[in-house]
Design a protein around this ligand. Structure first.
Ligand SMILES: Cc1cc2nc3c(=O)[nH]c(=O)nc-3n(C[C@H](O)[C@H](O)[C@H](O)COP(=O)(O)OP(=O)(O)OC[C@H]3O[C@@H](n4cnc5c(N)ncnc54)[C@H](O)[C@@H]3O)c2cc1C
Length: 285
């Protein structure tokens, strides 16, 4: 049981992790070992104090070194669902692992992909974000996989070990197919997902299935945890980075513009200090 689980290892999550560790809390930092792929794309950063001309990749390396100096590891996993268990939160990872923490900080950056029509309505009722977690439900059945990157091919192969048939619909270019005979690749644009995930409607056909896996790098925040209030595409927070769910805080691009390193780092600091206050208040209750 961790004190604080931080979902996202970009500048906001790293900042939260550093201060959380300095404040002696037991923290779990979840995300991408690279720190943030988005951050690494910045060719030249001109507005980060103390580093007048640094690339995003160099700044990310500095962040990694800082984490290492405090013995903070990044646990490489993508969180697909968070359950409020009352006294703690259970976080389900794409890897199949479940983590437990008394508080959660959401620092996932902005989610680019728009939900598919029918995806959110049927989530948990025929639509899943995690092949490792839900594959056993499709033993001997048909499962459709709508995949947003080539790394999901491994997930489809795992699913095909249990399912009788896997229909793989890549949303990316360059899928060269599978050796397993029970995986069929359909290169068609997805239009919507039918009730209870029983169909996938593409521009040319209606595909029958027993369920649908939508596999992308990140999950829209409102689908991650029940009761999370949004402000458009962003998580609604107050100035202490508290969300509408008690014990859950948010920071960085996920809370809205400006999308900037300094803002993400500042909010990471605020969010973790609010989490520390929350834990301390609970301890005296
Ligand atoms: C090309 C480019 C240039 C830029 N240049 C500048 C600049 O010069 N100055 C500036 O201030 N800003 C710049 N930015 C903006 C800056 O990169 C962002 O504001 C900053 O990275 C936001 O940090 P963040 O931690 O909120 O999110 P991100 O950096 O997006 O990090 C989010 C992290 O969360 C992880 N994650 C997402 N979902 C999950 C999940 N479900 N479970 C676990 N982990 C998850 C991701 O893998 C990622 O590691 C630039 C952005 C781009 C794209």
């Amino acid at each position: 049981m961790y004190d604080i689980a931080i979902v996202g290892s970009g500048p906001a999550g790293v900042s939260a992790a550093i201060t959380g560790k300095v404040r002696n809390k037991d923290i779990l930092l979840l995300g991408d070992r690279s720190v943030s792929k988005k951050m690494r794309k910045a060719e030249k950063v001109l507005n980060y104090p103390g580093f007048p001309e640094i690339s995003g990749a160099e700044l990310a390396d500095r962040f990694s070194d800082h984490l290492a100096s405090l013995d903070i590891d990044i646990t490489e996993d993508s969180i697909t669902q968070i359950y409020d268990m009352g006294k703690y939160f259970a976080l389900q990872g794409k890897s199949g692992s479940t983590y437990e923490a008394r508080t959660v900080i959401l620092a996932m950056g902005v989610v680019a992909a728009k939900a598919i029509e029918g995806e959110e309505e049927n989530l948990g009722m025929g639509v899943s974000y995690c092949a490792t977690c839900d594959a056993p439900l499709y033993r001997g059945k048909t499962a459709a996989v709508i995949a947003y990157s080539a790394k999901e091919e491994k997930e489809a192969e795992f699913l095909a070990e249990l399912a009788e048939k896997v229909i793989y619909i890549p949303v990316y270019k360059g899928c060269s197919g599978f050796e397993r005979e029970n995986i069929t690749v359909i290169n068609e644009k997805v239009v919507s997902i039918g009730a209870k995930g029983k169909t996938v409607i593409t521009e040319n056909s209606e595909i029958s299935t027993d369920g649908v896996f939508v596999l992308r790098d990140s999950v829209a925040p409102k689908n991650l945890i029940y009761g999370l209030e949004m402000d458009g595409a962003h998580i609604k927070t107050d100035r202490q980075c508290r969300t509408s769910v008690k014990g859950v805080f948010a920071c960085g691009d996920v809370t809205g513009k400006p999308y900037q390193f300094a803002k993400a780092v500042g909010e990471g600091n605020t969010a973790v200090l609010s989490a520390v206050d929350y834990l301390d208040d609970k301890a005296v209750q």
